[in-house]
Unconditional design. Structure first.
Length: 184
């Protein structure tokens, strides 16, 4: 489930409701970078894995979420294989990617940096969000990108992109969603 209230109590209560994973919505809420770490900590305290939907496909936001201790990121508006590859590079350490090794919370502020870096590439979950007509056109290539673990359909933005928002577009939206599912 998604958490968009920028308060640790709200995230912890949501996590305690029994969800395996809580997605902290940095993209569509009034959460700033400084709050991410405490929200991730709150999800963990509530017994859930923390994922962060970052505000865009940019390596700085992805690194901030992962360095704060998130075990995964959801990257919005991925419309091509090249954009999916950029997200993979941002989530993985060399030689698989370009993520920088900072002494953030994920590595216990540097105390466990070597073991964290050694294990992170195999543990971090990367989800990319398909929410444009262009992404549907490129879905086979996006789904084939090594390192993308999950494809998440954003039906609201997808409907807008397809010009299928509202009852008249339901069939077009359904067809696009079926196309994405088939490719996955």
């Amino acid at each position: 489930t998604f958490c968009a209230i920028p308060h640790p109590v709200a995230v912890e209560v949501t996590a305690r409701a029994g969800f395996d994973l809580v997605c902290i919505d940095w993209e569509h809420s009034q959460i700033d970078r400084g709050e991410i770490e405490n929200l991730v900590r709150a999800a963990e305290s509530g017994g859930a894995v923390a994922m962060v939907r970052v505000p865009g496909n940019n390596s700085e936001a992805i690194a901030a979420a992962l360095d704060a201790g998130a075990e995964g990121v959801l990257v919005p508006r991925v419309s091509s294989a090249e954009e999916a590859e950029a997200a993979v590079r941002a989530t993985r350490y060399p030689p698989d990617g370009e993520r920088g090794a900072g002494p953030g919370r994920a590595s216990r502020y540097g105390y466990d940096i070597a073991p964290y870096v050694a294990a992170a590439n195999g543990k971090i979950l990367l989800a990319v969000q398909v929410e444009t007509a262009r992404a549907v056109e490129n879905i086979d290539a996006i789904a084939a990108v090594e390192g993308v673990d999950l494809i998440f359909i954003g039906p609201g933005d997808l409907a807008v992109s397809l010009g299928a928002f509202g009852p008249d577009g339901a069939e077009r939206l359904d067809a696009a969603i079926r196309r994405v599912i088939a490719a996955c």
